[in-house]
Design a protein around this ligand. Sequence first.
Ligand code: DQA
Length: 146
Amino acid sequence: MPHTLLVLNGPNLNLLGTREPATYGHETLADIAELCRRTGERLGLSIEFQQTNHEGQLIEWIHQARGRCAGIVINPAAWTHTSVAIRDALAAVELPVIEVHLSNVHKREAFRHHSYVSPIAVGVLCGFGSHGYRLAIEHFAHLLEG
Ligand code: DQA
């Protein structure tokens, strides 16, 4: 059975492609999902890719990953900066987490500089566009090999 990685995306990321392309690029979320699937396939990992605009839904998916998934790649989007509930859910399931942002949040408004998720993450990738998702999956493959 291949290991399964859960790739989660928070609010407004369904609009990628048309949403502030100067900041987030022209790729759609479907393009990123495909990139993740192909990366997983190459590395022998099964990828579950999800996006929601509802915080409770994201929390349910995190809970359901317990005992089923080997790790979580998450772009919590705006919830990064606001949600203690998402951080607590990630901590509760005791799975390794990699936080990803398309943009370099540290180059942007001050309210984006704080993340509730980073202190419980294995690592954070930001500013690499969709390539960040690929790097996160590759790092999980490396961790799981070990
Ligand atoms: C984001 C950065 C967040 O600050 C923002 O709220 C997003 C996207 C990113 O991928 O760069 O929605 O997570």
